[in-house]
Design a protein around this ligand. Structure first.
Ligand code: UT7
Length: 325
């Protein structure tokens, strides 16, 4: 049976120039390189320059993805940008990206699911392509979390960084089997009962301020592994695949201990896990496309590879997408 699939034509990413190391942070708050590395695996993160906004990061990543796909901006008719740190309350930063790319056709919007944002955005774009509402999409995760951190709070400011990643999707035809190229299945979940465990204490309708990120880290940690493994198992079950058939596991990059524990519980060989958080920290919606782009550009990801993407974050939201390269 012929089905529509969204296949990836190219990836790109961007990290701001300024790199902030753990020892730099130890000058700001009562922390140490040893504590941060031991508890998270993070050694450095990148911070956007003054005046450099989320849409700027997104445009850099998008241009690189378009170049890899050998396409021009005009070839795109849908832009879905995952971000929790938009340039402005409105318009959507995706529309600013569209404008900076010189596009006046097609349509663009933001998706807001915090650290799960990229999986949500990818799933959304896939649905538009499969229903024929668009033909080629730019899916972007871009964040400037440095702007919403409380730089006096050592329990959060050491964890996050800025960055962007993007990919170009195109609608194609497949046979409806797991051997098809493209996105094979996606599974999204949320549960607002956990909304106070990871949130920003400001907003246009509540405080009329931007606010700062607040997190009960241990509580988030406690739920992360089971939520992640649940949706990944759902993706395996929906496609008749398993940990052994997987070539790459590309998780959201929040904490090395969460990544390792999830892979272990799922029975995924550690050699198949792509980890970039050491030099990037948690870049929220940008972390999966940043990691994917790194693994594509260094030659790990090859045509035909089976790749699992997964994320969990504020809301809580969580999700997984399985795709064949
Ligand atoms: O992307 C969205 C999802 N976010 C996450 O996945 C984050 C999930 N949570 C985590 O990754 C971990 O919970 C953290 C890395 C945030 C914290 O690790 P933990 O092992 O859960 O540490 P903890 O919160 O239990 O804190 C242990 C100790 C505390 O001191 P006491 O109470 O034992 O004396 C903290 O005050 O470590 C202290 N601490 C720090 N010490 C040095 C907390 N932050 C720091 C710090 N430097 N930066």
């Amino acid at each position: 049976m012929t089905v529509k699939r969204s296949i990836v034509l190219g990836t790109g990413s961007y990290l701001p120039e300024r790199r902030l190391t753990n020892s730099d942070l130890a000058d700001l708050v009562d922390t140490s390189d040893e504590w941060i590395v031991q508890r998270t695996g993070i050694r450095a993160r990148h911070i956007a320059a003054e005046g450099e906004v989320t849409s700027d990061l997104a445009v850099h990543a998008a241009r690189r993805a378009l170049e890899a796909a050998k396409l021009e901006p005009a070839d795109i008719d849908l832009i879905v940008l995952a971000t929790a740190t938009p340039d402005h309350t409105f318009p959507a930063s995706a529309v600013t990206v569209q404008n900076k790319l010189g596009l006046t056709s097609g349509f663009a919007f933001d998706v807001h699911a915090v650290c799960s944002g990229f999986v949500y955005a990818l799933t959304t774009a896939d649905a538009y392509l499969r229903t024929g509402m668009a033909r080629r999409a730019l899916v972007i995760g871009a964040e400037t979390f440095s702007r919403i951190l409380d730089w006096n709070d050592r329990t959060t400011c050491v964890l996050f960084g800025d960055g962007a990643g993007a990919l170009v999707l195109e609608a194609a035809e497949g046979d409806g089997t797991p051997a098809d190229r493209g996105i094979l299945t996606s599974h999204l979940r949320s549960d607002g009962a956990h909304k106070d465990k990871l949130y920003v204490d400001g907003g246009p309708s509540s405080t009329q301020t931007v606010g700062h990120l607040r997190m009960q880290g241990r509580e988030v940690f406690r739920h992360a592994v089971s939520m992640i493994t649940d949706v990944v198992e759902d993706a395996f079950a929906a496609t008749g695949t398993d940990a052994d058939s997987l070539d790459w596991f590309i998780p959201h990059q929040a904490n090395r201990r969460i990544i390792d524990a999830s892979a272990k519980k799922l029975g995924i060989d550690p050699a198949k896990v792509v980890v970039t958080l050491e030099d990037q920290g948690n870049t929220s919606a940008a972390s999966i496309p940043l990691a994917l782009d790194a693994a594509v550009r260094d030659g790990r990801v090859q045509r035909g590879d089976l790749i699992m993407l997964e994320a969990m974050g504020g809301g809580f939201t969580w999700g997984a997408s399985l795709l064949r390269w």
